[in-house]
Design a protein around this ligand. Structure first.
Ligand SMILES: [Zn+2]
Length: 93
C-alpha cells in the first residue's frame, strides 16, 4: 500500500501508512468489505469527507484512501480477503 501510494506520487500520504492505527472498522456488514477508519475523526464527521486516492497497484480488490486535511482518515478496502482476515484476527469485527 505504501509503495503503491509512492508510485502515484502521494509521498505525504505514503509516509503515514506505517503509523496508521485502526480506530474503527466499517460496520456496513457487506461480506466483501474490509474498510476501516484510521483517524480520530468519528463517523459523525463524515461530511468532512476529503480527497479520495484510489490505489492503482494492479492487485485484486479495491483500496481507496480518504485523506482529510492531508491525513489518512479512512481506508476503503473492498474485495480483499487478506485484509478481512487480518481484521478478523485483530478481533476488530
Ligand atoms: Zn463497509
Amino acid at each position: 500500500m505504501e509503495a503503491a501510494l509512492r508510485a502515484q506520487g502521494e509521498e505525504r500520504i505514503a509516509e503515514q501508512v506505517d503509523g496508521l492505527r485502526i480506530t474503527d472498522v466499517c460496520s456496513c456488514g457487506q461480506p466483501y468489505c474490509a474498510s476501516f477508519h484510521t483517524g480520530p475523526a468519528p463517523m459523525k464527521r463524515w461530511v468532512m469527507r476529503g480527497r479520495q486516492v484510489e490505489l492503482a497497484d494492479g492487485g485484486p480488490g479495491t483500496v481507496t484512501v480518504d485523506v482529510i486535511r492531508g491525513e489518512i482518515a479512512y481506508v476503503e478496502v473492498l474485495h480483499l480477503d487478506d485484509v478481512r482476515t487480518a481484521l478478523d484476527r485483530l478481533g476488530a469485527r
